[in-house]
Design a protein around this ligand. Sequence first.
Ligand code: NAD
Length: 371
Amino acid sequence: MPSNKKILILPGDGIGVEVMNEVLNIIDWMVKNKSVSFEVTERLVGGTAYDKEGDSISDTTMEEALKVDAVLFGAVGGPKWDNIERSKRPEAGLLRLRKDLDLFANLRPAVVFDALAESSSLKLDIVKGLDILILRELTSGVYFGKPRGIEKIGNNEEKAIDTQSYTTSEVVRISRVAFDLAKKRSNNVTSVEKSNVMETGIFWRNVVKELHLKEYNDVKLDHMLADNCAMQLVRNPKQFDVILTDNLFGDLLSDIAAMLTGSLGMLPSASLGNIDENGKRAAMYEPVHGSAPDIAGQGKANPLAMIMSFAMMLKYSFDMNEDSELIEKAIQNVLSKGLRTPDIKQGSETAISTKDMGKAVIDELKHLSGK
Ligand code: NAD
């Protein structure tokens, strides 16, 4: 039997708990039927952790997150906690996880399932078969650069400052992830910046070019300006494989790419850190959506983004490509059968519940694996 894989489960608040339950059922099924063993620890995060432990993430939970092979995160937040002190707000727990694990590489796949291609706001032939990956630098750039702030400059005027800054090593480490990922996909990286008007853009392009020349010239590399990339994403998104970009442009471009796929309930993500001396890479997997207080507790949440985040964990943290693809295939089949949660149903289609969608995926896993 393969060795244990240590996972920390953090369901969080609202629908985070509901969609995570469906992943836990899949883990149970895998343990019983796929001769694989996971060591699963479950803890609180977000508003629920604040209520029970006085903080959005306790030191003990953080220590656990640093020890495990991968963290699986649901969602946090809700109106109940909107007015508490900023440092204790549910989102603070998520930010601490990202910071303390130094998760600098954010992977957001935008995959359009054939059965859902019609629910995209773009024409069918533009999105059908789409499978691209946006890789966003997550821990530097203009969201963190100093100086920043708002200052008085006399004459009744104020000035606001944000600083966009990147170092060579920051660009190199995210570019390495992009090239390595491309090798496992269609071997094509598009590096995106604004080298026409920004110093950091020129710098970014040069560092990527140099690394490519030295270590990755077997991967196809293109460069594109960020504004053009935004346009190309809605004009002809299938021209891309891996889009490599900084924190700010990645924030915008990944949301554009997200909308190509139809629903928030279909979008998984992974955030990766450095590889340590034992070869372990810090990693956290989470759906892109939040805790959806408007539908929490009603059995309406789509669990597929959460389940696909788990599938990404199997692929990127545990090298279990076959199992990861099995889950993706099961989801594809479930959708092809017309099974839909309310967020992805169209017109008069009947919708099924969170639990029924989770169960349908497991039934399909049984069918595909003959178990
Ligand atoms: P949201 O993603 O929670 O919801 C936006 C809309 O999409 C809602 O109408 C919701 O019902 C729908 N939706 C989201 N996920 C869905 C799913 N799986 N299935 C079906 N429908 C789904 O964003 P929001 O409403 O802006 O924020 C709600 C709370 O979540 C806030 O407290 C916010 O701070 C928090 N939030 C947390 C995260 C996170 O934990 N990573 C991310 C975004 C927002």
